[in-house]
Design a protein around this ligand. Structure first.
Ligand SMILES: [Zn+2]
Length: 138
């Protein structure tokens, strides 16, 4: 089934951490605990457990931007030692990833949706795109 939501709606749903399909169900139950399915429309957000690897690309982007912004501030606005600067920059990068965690996962869920990875469960006839093994096959 083709995607019918405009990108602006999908981006708003990602920022609000809402289901990209219905826009009402929460993607996250708590800051760190993602719902496996939408509590409203019951689609499975990430069928493939490897989707978390994709969300890590967004974590990497968040960490990089936070690191670079903090680097500019620390390098030009302070006179701290190099060691202390590195400690601060690492803490800022890790902190940004932890704070942004539900938004990066929510944004990745929208990308999964755009790529056709989220469907209503009954529409998916064959799991993983492979036929089930035939009885008696060698
Ligand atoms: Zn939903």
């Amino acid at each position: 089934m083709a995607t019918t939501q405009p990108n602006s709606v999908l981006m708003r749903r990602a920022l609000q951490r809402k289901c990209p399909v219905c826009g009402r169900g929460d993607v996250f139950a708590t800051h760190f605990r993602m719902n496996r399915t939408c509590p409203r429309c019951h689609v499975v957000f990430w069928k493939d457990p490897g989707e978390s690897l994709g969300a890590m690309y967004l974590d990497y982007a968040v960490a990089t931007v936070a690191f670079l912004v903090a680097w500019l501030v620390v390098a030009f606005a302070t006179h701290l030692s190099d060691t202390l600067q590195i400690v601060i920059l690492c803490a800022v990068a890790v902190g940004a990833v932890i704070i942004a965690y539900p938004w990066t996962r929510s944004a990745w869920t929208v990308l999964v949706y755009l790529s056709g990875g989220i469907e209503r469960p009954r529409m998916r006839a064959i799991r993983g795109g492979k036929e089930p093994p035939k009885a008696g096959a060698a």
